[in-house]
Design a protein around this ligand. Structure first.
Ligand code: FAD
Ligand code: 2HG
Ligand code: ZN
Length: 456
């Protein structure tokens, strides 16, 4: 049976696009952090929507699970295959269409990278507002399937807000395609919205119609060092209220900045700051004129570095963006990653509480905190833990839920957070998830073990 399926898949996509060798499939079976590795029968790389549909049909007929995968940069093990499954890699579906200058929209294949869409938009004088450090590898399909957040959520919202329509293969191999780009289109269920954040459990997204925003003429970035967490957190409200051009508001701490500096062989921009906010404003006119008085009014500021030219802005951003890469190199085992939101008025207290919790439960471990301050989104990374010891993870998500927060701000649930979904979702909500899943995927073909809990 297995050989029959592989032969049928090779018939559809060509033998060179059916990968079965253990070494060749390893990068598709292992997550970005290296913490999780799965097993699969094959990695299949369709070159068109029709091929993707035929692949799903063949797998469904054989009763073999399908794991959709884009850039494999996800951080909750959602694209790590279940035993016996077929990974459907969308990377060959990377066509990026022309920008429609009247609507400011673009159609892109699911396998196109975020960077490719951003570049196409920029070349046409527009901008795709979704941005994150994995932009060169993360794909359109993956960012939609995870409803990715990133740097610009404080101004532009999550990925869902930018998706006008999708094309996708449903679990029975049928194709839905709604790429017409009508902004006003109240003709029933929002299937594109449903697929946003569905994590590969409802359909294989093959293309999307994306809304762009006008390009910005200028931007300015300030890295502001504070005496402590309380001062940095107290600055979030005034910065949001007083900067209409606020594009990003990110939080890092001295230990993370020092680690980035060490890895880059660079001196941090200034000493003595316990917590730092990276503030980006974008628009037209003299941005510094608006930014300077707001920064001057903040309390507890140790020092500030400001940039307006591109390379220097990028330089300041690296103190924030390099955290994920650098933390992945710390110690002998991969980091445990938690991505949480707490209500902004609890953020300062949460930082202290999570530090105390980790110090208590795992004194030898190191805790790294950073994130998207403007959204109350903190990335809680812990290094020095055994890969399968979840004691700290569980305690942190319980603390988050007890603080009125979300156990997944932007990375999704995947396999990693699935046991804890009940901390944020009621039994009725989980039952509704299950009903949707069963209606579209009664045989449970798509990404089993991800997001939706088992039936009880
Ligand atoms: P994958 O990792 O391949 O898959 C992720 C999930 O989507 C899986 O469940 C998979 O089954 C599903 N999927 C993928 N493609 C499809 C498809 N075509 N159809 C249906 N389902 C599909 N995330 C943020 O939200 N904000 C950040 O700021 C951010 N920064 C990051 C920085 C770094 C350095 C790294 C490594 C990751 C970061 N991430 C961030 C996480 C990750 O980049 C995002 O989750 C991204 O959306 C994943 O895209 P991908 O193409 O790599 O998807
Ligand atoms: C970011 O904001 C990403 O850089 C990754 O969401 C977070 O590494 C992490 O934990
Ligand atoms: Zn993030």
């Amino acid at each position: 049976m297995a050989d029959d399926l592989l032969a049928a898949l090779a018939e559809v996509v060509g033998a060179t696009h059916v990968l079965t060798d253990e070494g060749t499939t390893l990068p598709f079976r292992t997550d970005w952090t290296g913490r999780w590795t799965g097993e699969c029968r094959a990695v299949v790389r369709p070159g068109s929507t029709a091929e993707a549909a035929a692949v799903v049909r063949a797998c469904a007929a054989a009763g073999v699970p399908v794991v959709p995968q884009g850039g494999n940069t996800g951080l909750v093990a959602g694209s790590v295959p279940a035993v016996g499954s077929v990974v459907v890699s969308t990377r060959r579906l990377d066509a990026v269409g022309e920008v429609d200058d009247s609507t400011g929209q673009i159609t892109a294949g699911a396998g196109a990278t975020l960077a490719a869409v951003q570049a196409a938009a920029a070349a046409a004088g527009w901008r795709y507002a979704v941005d994150l450090a994995a932009r060169d590898t993360a794909t359109v399909g993956g960012t939609i399937a995870t409803n990715a957040g990133g740097h610009h959520v404080v101004r532009h919202g999550m990925t869902r807000r930018h998706v006008v329509g999708v094309e996708a293969v449903l679990p029975d191999g049928s194709v839905i395609s709604h790429l017409g780009g009508l902004v006003k289109d109240n003709t029933g269920y929002d299937l594109a919205g449903l697929l946003c954040g569905s994590e590969g459990t409802l359909g294989v997204i093959t293309a999307a119609r994306l809304a762009l925003v006008p390009a910005v003429e200028q931007r300015a970035v300030a890295l502001v060092g504070f005496t402590g967490t309380a001062a940095a957190v107290a600055a979030i409200g005034p910065l949001r209220r007083r900067l209409p051009a606020l594009e990003a508001l990110e939080l890092v701490f001295a230990d993370g900045v020092a680690a980035v500096g060490e890895a880059r062989g660079a001196r941090p921009p200034f000493d003595g700051a316990a917590a730092l906010l990276l503030v980006e404003v974008a628009g037209s006119g003299d941005l510094l004129e608006g930014l300077a008085p707001v920064l001057a009014d903040l309390d507890g500021v140790v020092d500030t570095a400001v940039a307006t030219d591109g390379p220097r802005c990028e330089e300041l951003w690296r103190w924030r963006d390099d955290h994920t890469d650098v933390i992945n190199q710390v110690g002998d085992t991969p980091p445990h990653k938690l991505d949480v939101t707490v209500p902004l008025d609890r953020l300062g207290r949460f930082v202290e509480e999570v530090r105390a919790l980790v110090a208590d439960l795992a004194p030898a471990a190191r805790l790294w905190l950073f994130g998207h301050a403007g959204d109350g989104n903190l990335h809680v990374n812990v290094t020095g833990l055994a890969p399968d010891d979840e004691t700290v993870d569980r305690a942190v998500v319980e603390l988050v839920a007890g603080s009125g927060g979300s156990i997944s701000a932007e990375h999704g649930i995947g396999r990693a957070k699935r046991p804890w979904l009940h901390l944020n979702r009621t039994p009725e909500e989980i039952a509704a998830f299950r009903s949707i899943k069963d209606a579209l995927d009664p045989a449970g073909i798509l990404n089993p073990g991800v997001l939706v809990p088992e039936r009880r």
